[in-house]
Every structure is written in C-alpha cells, then in structure tokens.
Write a protein that binds this ligand. Structure first.
Ligand code: NAD
Length: 504
C-alpha cells in the first residue's frame, strides 16, 4: 500500500508515471473490511485533472514502448509472471482483506489471472501478420498489427486481481500504455500489481492506476487520447459505457452481469450435480459473474437433487477468511447483504419455497456482512429471485418437465454469460451446446471460464461490443491491422498511368 496517513487511515493513491500520486478532487471513500465492517483505508477519488495527468503520462510512455522489440516486451512479461508467482500470497491477502473471499479462493483468482500473463509472454506469435508475395507484378501485400496507443480498463469489486490481469497483460504486451480504474472497494491488489510490473521492467507510465468513481470513468470515456475501453461490471453500467464511449469513436468491450443456469437432466449423477451446484452457487458467496444462480431440474431429478443440495448447503462453513475452516466469506457491503436477503422474503411472497434460509445461519448478523447460503425451490420466471441478478449466496431451483422447456427458459433470459448441462448422455450434451444462446458453456463443468488461450465473453446483455476479453480476441481488441502494398520497381520501367491499379 502506498500513500500517507489521513484520518488515522492509510490513504490509497493513484499510480501515475511509476509512483504514487495523491488525488486532487477532495472527494474520497473508505475501504471497509467486509468480514468485520471496520474501515481499512481511505481512498482519494480522481478529479478530471488527475485522469488527464494519467493519460498524458501514458501517451508519452506509449511512444517508446511500442518501439520496444517484441522479445524485450516478452521478457518483461516473463519477469512479471515470476514476480506474481512469488507474491501470490501477498496478493491473496489483500484481495481477501478488501473483498472478503477466502484465501484459497483468492489464490485461485490469482492463478487464473496469471494464465493471462503467461499467454501474453507468447504474444509475439499472435502479432504475426500475413504476407502475399507477387500479388501483382513485382507487388507484395502484407498486413501488420499495431498497438492502439493509450487504452483503459474499468474493473469490478469481485475479482480485484484477475480481471485487471485479463486486460493489462495483453494490452501492455501488445505495445499499448494501459490505465486501470479499479473498483474503489478493492483497489490495493492493483497497486501491488503496478509495483510488481515496475519491478518487472514495465516502463513508468506504461501502466497507470486511477482511483475513483464515475467522475474518473466519465473522463476516460470522453478523453480523446484514450483509444479503447475495456469494462467489466454490472449490465446497466456496461451498457451506458458502451453507448457513451462508442459515440466518442472508441473501441469498447463492456462485460455485464449474468444469470447462469445449470440444467440437470434426469440421467445426471445426482451427487456430482449437487456438488457442482453447491460449489458454483455459493463459492465466493455467489459474487462471481460465472456463479450458478439457477438450477433447472428436469423431470424426476428435482426431489433427490434438491435434497442432495440441501444436505451439502447445511455443511458449508461460513466465516471470515482469517479462520482457515471458513469456506464462504461475507458479502462486499452491508447494503449488498441486505439487498440479497430481501430476495428471500420476496421469493416466499411470490409463491416459491425456502428450504434453506441463510438468515438463520449463525454467521449472519454481527458487524461483518455475512449471510448464510440460501436455497429457493419452485422458482419461476416472473419472480424477482429469478428475474434479477442477485449476486449473492442464493441458489434458485426451477422445476420443468422437458429439455425443451428448460432450453426455452435459458434462451429467453436476457443474460447469456455462462451455462452448464449435467448429463451422462453425450448426444444430449452436444445438442445443448448447439442449441443454447449463451457465450460460455460447460458440459458437466459448472464454471466454464475459458482458459487464457481462448477468450472470455457472454452473449446478449452480458457483453456489449464485438470482441470478447483476453486470449486471441483480446489481442485483436488491443491492436489494429495495417495493410501494406509494396513494390520495389526498376526505376527505368516507371511511367505515368492514370488508370485504377489492377492486379492482373
Ligand atoms: P459495478 O458496475 O457497480 O462497478 C464496476 C466498475 O464500474 C467499478 O470500477 C465502478 O467504480 C464503476 N462504476 C460504477 N458505477 C458507475 C457509473 N454509474 N458510471 C461509471 N462507472 C461506474 O459492478 P460491481 O458491483 O463492482 O461488480 C459486480 C457486477 O460485475 C455484477 O453485475 C457481475 O455480474 C459483474 N461482473 C461481470 C463479469 C463478466 O465477466 N461478465 C465479471 C465480474 C463481474
């Protein structure tokens, strides 16, 4: 953590030009430990001038960085990779302190983020262009990919290290300068990442951090020197960022919220499906965009499946990350915890049942923002618990009679981030993969987050923009192609010809 002591709290600052820089807006927030409700640090919010300063620093640094040989950029990424491995426990601790997730979960997040740095180490292979010799007489045509210049990322509270690494690894390896606006609730992991990047040899100004809220975001969206925006967060903000930044002529990938369905066919292995539903529904207290929030039970599988889920939910150990026995931590804030809990009464009022009420869990209450895991049965479209992204430890079960009904429900949902099918029938799984209108599909895999050499992205209201995040599409997003037509003629054969150039 960098900065000065203010109000007895450490002040979290921006990181511009390779060093901590205090915010100048006079506006600030407080970072709170969700496990205790206690303030950890003060965070100064950026003014428009602070953002302009970061952009100017990035613009200056980008000139030399894009001219730095690919092999040198790869070497820096290799060093960053090794430094993240060495510091993964420190990273996990700050993630856990500010977000509340358990240490093993935070280490898992770091590992999945690290994959993107490893992918970026081989970016040279992705930046190869094409070459056509003798496209016309003595004429060769080739394409090259060049960085955009200054690009920016805005990230959510639920993955303080992984989502920044989704963006910054490829952005920087491709030769851009990157400005990150992390979530104001969990800024410290990105400060540590920026320090490690500096140690790895990322030149000052190539990676800048701006702390703050929508004032900072809005300035990034309109600044003429910012060429592209990557966003991950909730759907209303994603949509608005996409609309605003594209109007300003920027390239945008804006990933939004989710309502991920897990379809369980009658032939599925009940114990395996229940293990998967519980792991994917309640891991990270349900605060994952790839969490399973709805289980669709087809036919007779419903009763035994719900019983198996109920048994497992009762055994989940809820508590602070500081206790090694804790499997599920608190929610991010008191307001969010209360909002999540409000879906439980609504579900009952709307005709669902509540086989497990997380409010009765002994961990609920107290100063931390804990809410035990809840299970809703007989949920239906039209109920709030089904229609809204709850983003908490609440799993809803919908009962249907046929695969066709289940498929229609998933395809009618406005979100299309992730989904999973559980079955022992390969043909049924393949049909689902063909039919379903969702961007990431798991077959007996409940959280199908793609590995870093594929790309991550949902469909419909889960992603605004054309290119998915990280992997090959990430490289495409952070570069633009240039096509060169070249001739090295014998000057003696040169003549004026006003006709349109032809190739035959
Ligand atoms: P959020 O949308 O509230 O905030 C995300 C970022 O946007 C933060 O940096 C925040 O400061 C900024 N922001 C918030 N309101 C803004 C506004 N009005 N104008 C400009 N910027 C604004 O999201 P969150 O609560 O931090 O994260 C949870 C959400 O993120 C959930 O909806 C979850 O599904 C989604 N999410 C999606 C993915 C994905 O890959 N699709 C991954 C992780 C999280």
């Amino acid at each position: 953590m960098s900065g000065t002591e203010t109000l007895g709290l450490t002040a979290v600052s921006h990181w511009i030009g390779g060093r901590p820089v205090a915010a100048t807006s006079g506006r600030s927030g407080v970072i709170v430990n969700p496990a205790t409700g206690a303030p950890i640090a003060e965070i100064g919010f950026a003014s428009v001038e602070d953002v302009d300063r970061a952009v100017a620093s990035a613009k200056a640094a980008a000139v030399e960085w894009r001219a730095t040989p690919l092999s040198k950029r790869a070497e820096v990424m290799f060093r960053l990779r090794n430094l993240i491995v060495e510091n993964r426990h420190r990273l996990a601790e700050v993630i856990s302190l500010e977000n509340g997730k358990t240490i093993p979960d935070a280490l898992g997040e770091v590992a999945r983020g690290l994959e993107n740095v490893e992918f970026a180490c081989g970016v040279a292979n992705m930046l190869k262009g094409g070459y056509s010799e003798q496209a016309s007489n003595g004429v060769d045509v080739y394409s090259i990919r060049q960085p955009l210049g200054v690009v920016a990322g805005i990230t959510p509270f639920n993955f303080p290290a992984m989502v920044p690494l989704w963006m910054l690894s490829n952005a920087i390896a491709c030769g851009n300068a990157f400005i990150l606006k992390p979530s104001e609730k969990v800024p410290s992991a990105s400060i540590l990442l920026a320090q490690l990047a500096q140690q790895a040899g990322v030149p000052d100004g190539v990676l800048n951090l701006i702390q703050g809220d929508k004032v900072a975001v809005n300035r990034l969206l309109e600044h003429p020197d910012v060429k592209a925006i990557s966003f991950v967060g909730s759907t209303p903000v994603a949509r608005s960022i996409y609309e605003t930044a594209t109007r300003k002529g920027k390239r945008v990938q804006a990933l939004g919220g989710a309502k991920n369905h897990m379809l369980v066919l009658p032939d599925a292995d009940i114990a395996m499906a229940a293990d998967a539903a519980v792991s994917a529904g309640y891991g990270a207290a349900g605060e994952r965009c790839m969490a399973i929030s709805v289980v669709i039970a087809v036919g007779a599988v419903a009763d035994p499946l719900i019983e198996a889920i109920r048994e497992r939910v009762a055994r989940i150990n809820v508590g602070p990350a500081s206790e090694s026995s804790s499997e599920m931590g608190p929610l991010i804030s008191k307001e969010h915890r209360d909002r999540v809990a409000s879906y439980l009464d609504a579900a009952i009022a709307e005709g669902a049942t509540l086989p497990v009420d997380g409010r009765l869990n002994p961990a609920t209450g107290g100063e931390g923002f804990f809410l035990g895991p809840s299970l809703i049965d007989h949920a239906q479209p039209g109920m709030r618990c089904y229609d809204h992204e709850i983003f908490g430890p609440v799993l809803s079960v919908v009962r249907v009679e046929t695969y066709a009904q289940a498929l229609r429900m998933i395809n009618d949902n406005p979100y299309g981030n992730g989904t999973a099918i559980f079955t022992q029938n390969g043909g049924a799984a393949r049909q689902f993969q063909f039919d379903v209108e969702v961007g990431m599909v798991g077959i007996n895999v409940p959280i199908p987050v793609p590995v870093s050499y594929y790309s991550f992205g949902g469909w419909k209201s889960s992603l605004f923009g054309d290119l998915h995040m990280y992997g090959p599409e990430g490289v495409q997003f952070y570069t633009r192609s240039k096509v060169v037509t070249s001739r090295w003629p014998d000057p003696g054969a040169s003549k004026v010809d006003l006709g349109f150039p032809q190739v035959r």
